[in-house]
Design a binder for this molecule. Structure first.
Ligand code: CTP
Length: 406
């Protein structure tokens, strides 16, 4: 996807690199984007609104009101209009204000009203850039889901050499093109994913569990997040870590805890993917003390059934919400999977067969067939779990299938 027709809010702050914003504006406009510039008072000391409005073809916004006629500039409308906001150059002061929500000018206020993804291209002297407070604010913004276009090395305005130069406009444009090209088709969608095993305690040191690693669920979480979704990853004990800032991880241990977390979050979701290997049973009684062997020749554990998370979600599912389940079968696979889809009210079911080498628990690879409610079937080759995650997301949510706006 190109930048053709994209609405871009370009924030400009007070740095020598502001001259590069004129070039950036020109390049974006040439690519077919509509550019609305919001500049700080300090920014205007470095580049004039006359130059910028001529290049963007739109009046430059700086204040909340136009002096003279009192026209109010709505940061809320800008937040809704934009497909993307980029602050380039972003000074240490603006980064600090953005990280802490200090909305004392039009630019930061617009940022707080922004509904679209936000990029930052920092520019400052090397000492300021590597200062602990700047780095802390950048990390904070990264954690808030802001995309940082890291400063480049080179000669700085101070004539010192180091890191702090704003990235070149050509490279910024390439980054934005890449961003749109990777398909942000799940932007603003809320997706809940269950992953990993559950542990059902027998006593303080023992549990009933299974060999699920969580790899499939974590790969699905990364795939959805990288396509713009806000992901809630409810996971049983897993050694894996989720890296994307759009993933909120909720750690649980037992099926009962996973059930509570899933039912609490689901009403706010557009979709849920149930990839966890939930224990079907748990010990009827959990011993508070370690169970001793002392003379027992035979030990019987009485188990009771756990709640079925997928089936419970299937019952409360509203129109527009999608649920996707997994089925791990050893015999009569498709028939059993279709039955499971019916019973749990899934829209899609991902079937992996234990008969396929390299598929299922613990492996880095998986081989799946995706079955849909309305009878479509697609089988895939043995692939990495990352690639399988993409196939599942393309199949279930691709082409705007996930349409409900919460
Ligand atoms: N599932 C769930 N909660 C449970 C059990 C299963 O959410 N208590 C979900 C799984 O995450 C998966 C699907 O239901 O998406 C199917 O899981 P599976 O264990 O294959 O199904 P079961 O209903 O337990 O059937 P089986 O008798 O084949 O084990």
């Amino acid at each position: 996807m190109s930048l053709q027709g994209k609405h871009i809010v370009l924030g400009i702050t007070g740095s020598i690199a502001a001259y590069k914003s004129a070039i950036l504006t020109r390049l974006l406009v040439k690519k077919g984007a509509e550019v609305q510039i919001v500049i700080t008072s300090a920014g205007k000391e470095f580049i004039t609104p006359v130059t910028l409005s001529a290049l963007s073809g739109r009046p430059v916004i700086s204040e909340f009101f136009t002096s003279g006629d009192g026209t109010w500039h709505s940061h809320v409308d800008l937040g809704l209009w934009a497909d993307l906001m980029i602050v380039a150059p972003a000074t240490a002061a603006t980064i600090g204000k953005m990280a802490n929500g200090i909305a004392d000018n039009m630019l930061v206020t617009t940022y707080l009203s922004m509904k679209a993804p936000v990029f930052l291209a920092p520019a400052m002297d090397l000492d300021m850039y590597r200062h602990i407070s700047t780095q802390r604010n950048i990390e904070k913004l990264r954690g808030d889901g802001i995309y940082i276009i890291d400063a480049a090395e080179g000669e700085l305005a101070s004539h010192l050499e180091g890191k702090g130069r704003m990235e070149e406009p050509e490279n910024i444009v390439a980054t934005l093109e890449q961003f749109f090209a990777t398909g942000h088709d799940l932007e603003k969608k809320k997706i809940m994913i269950t992953a990993g095993p559950t542990y059902e305690r027998i006593d303080p040191v023992r549990f009933i569990g299974n060999f699920s690693s969580g790899k499939m669920g974590f790969a699905l979480a990364e795939e959805c997040a990288s396509r713009g979704a806000e992901v809630i990853l409810i996971t049983g004990p897993s050694a894996l870590s989720a890296s994307h800032p759009n993933i909120v991880r909720v750690n649980v241990e037992s099926a009962a805890e996973m059930y509570d977390a899933a039912l609490q979050n689901f009403p706010q979701m557009d979709a849920a993917i149930l990839s966890a290997a939930v224990a079907d049973y748990r010990p009827e009684q959990k011993s508070e003390e370690k169970i001793k062997r002392s003379g027992k020749e035979k030990f019987t554990l009485s188990l009771i059934s756990n709640p079925d998370i997928a089936a419970s979600l299937g019952k409360i599912k509203e129109p527009g919400q999608l649920t996707i389940g997994f089925a791990l079968e050893t015999n009569d696979e498709e028939h059993n999977a279709m039955k499971k889809m019916e019973e749990k009210n899934f829209d899609y079911i991902v079937l992996n067969s234990l008969n396929d080498p390299g598929a299922g628990f613990g492996h880095d690879t998986n081989k799946v067939t995706i079955l849909s409610r309305n009878g479509e079937k697609q089988s895939f080759a043995l692939k990495s779990k990352d690639e399988v995650a993409k196939d599942i997301v393309d199949n279930a949510f691709g082409n705007g299938k996930l349409t409900m706006d919460n």
